[in-house]
Design a protein around this ligand. Structure first.
Ligand code: ZN
Length: 154
């Protein structure tokens, strides 16, 4: 999407979680804990992918996009389809998107990335995404990751 900015990629964190699982340090019950809300969001607002689930390898992953921001008012924290996101991106100045991948087969779920959308990205000016900013963004997200995931699953 054209206004996408300040992207934080969580694929390293995901790979680390999968390594922990393979090493037996965590169980699938720790990682495959998608809530009924998250699974419903995946069914009704999710974006299907052709990527296989890394855990059960029998289902394809679905991406769920959660939106946050003051301008969203009562819609904050809800899931939206990609089509709805592009409309919002042209309407609102700025809002945060959290992308969670979900397997409807085994309940695997993980935060994939987060980014900002909105018209503010079109006016130029501050452009996120330099390596340094991205790295500090990840660091700052740190402990908030788990909390955000819980919020995202509500
Ligand atoms: Zn699965």
């Amino acid at each position: 999407m054209r206004t996408q900015r300040q992207v934080v990629d969580y694929s390293l964190r995901k790979r680390a979680a999968l390594r922990e699982l393979l090493a037996g340090r965590v169980g699938t019950y720790d990682l495959c804990d998608a809530s009924p809300y998250l699974k419903n969001a995946a069914r009704f607002h999710g974006e299907p992918t052709d990527q296989r689930c890394p855990i059960c390898r029998s289902e394809n992953l679905t991406l769920v996009h959660y939106i946050y921001g003051d301008e969203l008012k009562q819609s904050a924290g809800q899931a939206r389809t990609v089509a709805e996101l592009s409309v919002l991106a042209m309407t609102l100045r700025e809002f945060q998107v959290f992308v969670v991948e979900v397997c409807l087969g085994c309940d695997w779920n993980h935060l994939v990335e987060q980014y900002l959308l909105g018209r503010d990205g079109l006016t130029g000016g501050v452009e996120g995404g330099s390596e340094q900013q991205t790295a500090s963004g990840v660091a700052a997200a740190g402990g908030a990751d788990a909390r955000r995931r819980r919020e995202a699953q509500r």
